[in-house]
Design a protein. Sequence first.
Length: 325
Amino acid sequence: MKKGNISIFVPHSGCPRQCSFCNQHTISGATHQPTPDDVVSAVETAMRHKDYEYEIAFFGGSFTAIDREYMVSLLAAALPYVREGRVQGIRISTRPDCIDDDVLTVLKEYGVTSIELGAQSMDDAVLVANRRGHTSQQVIDASRLIKSYGFSLGLQMMTGLYTDTNEGAISTAKKIIDLQPDTVRIYPTVVLKGTHLAQLVEDEIYKPQTVDDAADLCTKLLPMFDSAGIKVIRLGLHSSQDIQKNMVGGAYHEAFGEIVKSRFMLNKILALPPGDYEVMVNSRSLSQLKGQQKRNVYFWMENGYNIKVTVNDSIDVGEIKIIER
C-alpha cells in the first residue's frame, strides 16, 4: 500500500504573528478556514483511492493556537476515521511556543498521532531577525514534552533565512538531530510578495539563496540526518502555481527534492578519481542518477568518468553502489 496525507490547510489560523517569510495563503493555496464538513469531504474523497494508507494532516497554521472549540471541532470530524481504522492517524503542525500539557492531553484524546514543530532555526539571533517569536529553548522543551506523551515528533527547518549562513544551518541540523525527531522537513527559503523578506530584498538588505546554493547545502544536510536514522520526508515547498506567481526570489523549484537527491548521487561519484566505474542503482532512482535532462551523465563524461549504469533493485532507493572496473 502507498502512503499519503489527506492535507487540510488552516492558513494563518492561530498564528500570533507573521514571520518574515510567511504568506500561508500563497503557500497553501487555501483561501478560507476549513469547516468540519470540509474535513469529512476531503477524507471521503481521498478514501476512494483504495491503494493508499492515509493520514489526516492539518497544516498551514499554528493548529494548537487556534480557538480551542474550533480546533476540537476539526479533530472531532477526523476522529471517527481513526477509530474505525480507515486512516492511520492524525498529523498536525504548530509552533514550539504553542505546546503544553493541556493541549497535548486534548490532542491525545482526539486521535492525534504526530506533531510537527516549525523550528526553522536553532539560532536565537536568526529567529529574532525573522520575527519567529519563539526561542531555540522552546523548541527543545516542546520536543521533549511531545515525545514524553508518546506522539511521533517531526521538526521543520529552513535554510537561507535572513542573517543565517550555511554553517548556521548545519549547526541547526546538529541540534535538531540531538532532539531525535522521527521525521524532518527541510524548506529552503522562498521570498513571497507581501512579506518582510520581500521588502528586505527590494531594499537590497537581504540576498536570498539560489536553488543551486540550497541544493549544495542540502546535500550536506541529508547524510547528517540519514546517519542519525532520521527520515527527511520533504525537501522544498510543494509544486504550486500560486508560489510561482508570487515569488520574488529564493530557492524554489518544482522538483527541488529530485535535484538534491540527484546531486547527492553525483557527489558520491565525484568523490572518486576519474576512471572506469560501474554504478548500480535501484530502478526507481535511475532518473535521479542521470539528473534532469541527463545533466549528471554529461557532467561525469566531461570530467573523465566512464560510467556503466546497472539497474539493480536490491540497492536501496536513493542509494548507489560504485564498483571500479
